[in-house]
Design a protein around this ligand. Structure first.
Ligand SMILES: O=C(O)CNC(=O)[C@H](CS)NC(=O)CCC(=O)C(=O)O
Length: 291
């Protein structure tokens, strides 16, 4: 059965450093024999502020991080699905997008994050994504990959069942959620619970690669990149953020604490068909609205 890989690393504001980390995840993916690699949200850079994001953002064609991944995809004939930033058409904002690079190194599909993370949680994260990010306005239809039909969503989208059910109705077999989940919400169980719910209710594979560790003095991500099957079972999972104190400058690319890693899972569409056949989820759209 073909393997999918989900990678995690500690992104910083350096595109070059992040490319180096992702190249090492690509090497691990090849060594594991996986046929497709999923990389986290904001893999090109994790900014410390909206101003820094505007300074770092560039178009796909001029993004050295994406160009490097395209070259690696071509070299290894490895499709790569990755979260990045793109400039918005106008205004002082960027787009939070996910692109699918095929085995020839061509950017074939893109999706722009629909739901933005604006939260002010006591003793928790205060993040206002909509200040710097322009929300998407459409769902990219599921498309063929060597492992099955893929529907792309991003991070905070995982809290909303509607777009994943929409993908399922359109034929998706795999759902991807590249993420940069916060530590307080991850520790509360939201990451595992919601992702397993999305897998169980859509009877699909869920692949969620996540950033991990300290990105800058203020921001740390939860990690726990994960692959879940249509029965809700966890097939593979990476470690969480280590308890190391803030160590932004020296610790990137340091895989010794286990943060930079991949997990893999077998994608068996026979299992998916069996789950869907054995437990048909027939909706009562005569009673409530179809999504
Ligand atoms: O685009 C960037 O620069 C990086 N983007 C992110 O880190 C995004 C928006 S701040 N993070 C999340 O959506 C976390 C959601 C989350 O943690 C939850 O739902 O609990």
């Amino acid at each position: 059965m073909p393997l999918a890989a989900a990678g995690q690393f500690r992104a910083t504001a350096s595109l070059a450093q992040n490319l180096t980390s992702c190249r090492s995840l690509i090497a691990k993916t090849i060594a594991a024999g996986a046929k497709i690699l999923f990389l986290p949200e904001a893999s090109d850079y994790l900014p410390a502020s909206a101003a820094e994001s505007l300074k770092l953002v560039r178009s796909i064609a001029a993004n050295e991080f994406v160009l490097g991944l395209q070259q690696a995809a071509r070299e290894h004939a490895l499709p790569i699905c990755v979260g990045i930033h793109e400039p918005a058409e106008r205004g002082e904002r960027v787009r939070n997008t996910c692109v699918y690079i095929d085995e020839a190194g061509v950017v074939r599909h893109r999706y722009q994050k629909l739901h933005l993370f604006d939260v002010e949680i006591e003793n928790g994260p205060i993040l206002m994504e909509s200040r710097s990010v322009e929300p998407g306005t459409s769902i990219t239809p599921p498309f063929d990959t060597p492992l099955g039909k893929l529907g792309m969503l991003i991070c905070f989208d995982l809290r909303f069942p509607e777009p994943s059910l929409h993908h399922r109705r359109k034929g998706a077999q795999l759902l991807s959620y590249p993420s940069a989940f916060t530590v307080p919400t991850g520790t509360a169980g939201h990451w595992h619970t919601l992702l397993r719910a999305r897998a169980i209710e859509t009877q699909s594979y869920v692949i969620a690669p996540a950033l991990v560790g300290w990105h800058n003095e203020k921001r740390r991500s939860y990690g726990h990149s994960i692959i879940i099957n249509p029965w809700g079972e966890v097939l593979g999972e990476c470690a969480g953020a280590s308890d190391d104190p803030i160590n932004v400058a020296s610790s990137n690319n340091d895989s010794s604490n286990g943060e930079e890693d991949i997990c893999v899972g077998e994608i068996d569409l026979g299992v998916l068909e069996r789950v869907r056949r054995e437990m048909p989820l027939l909706r009562r759209t005569d009673v409530y609205a179809e999504i």
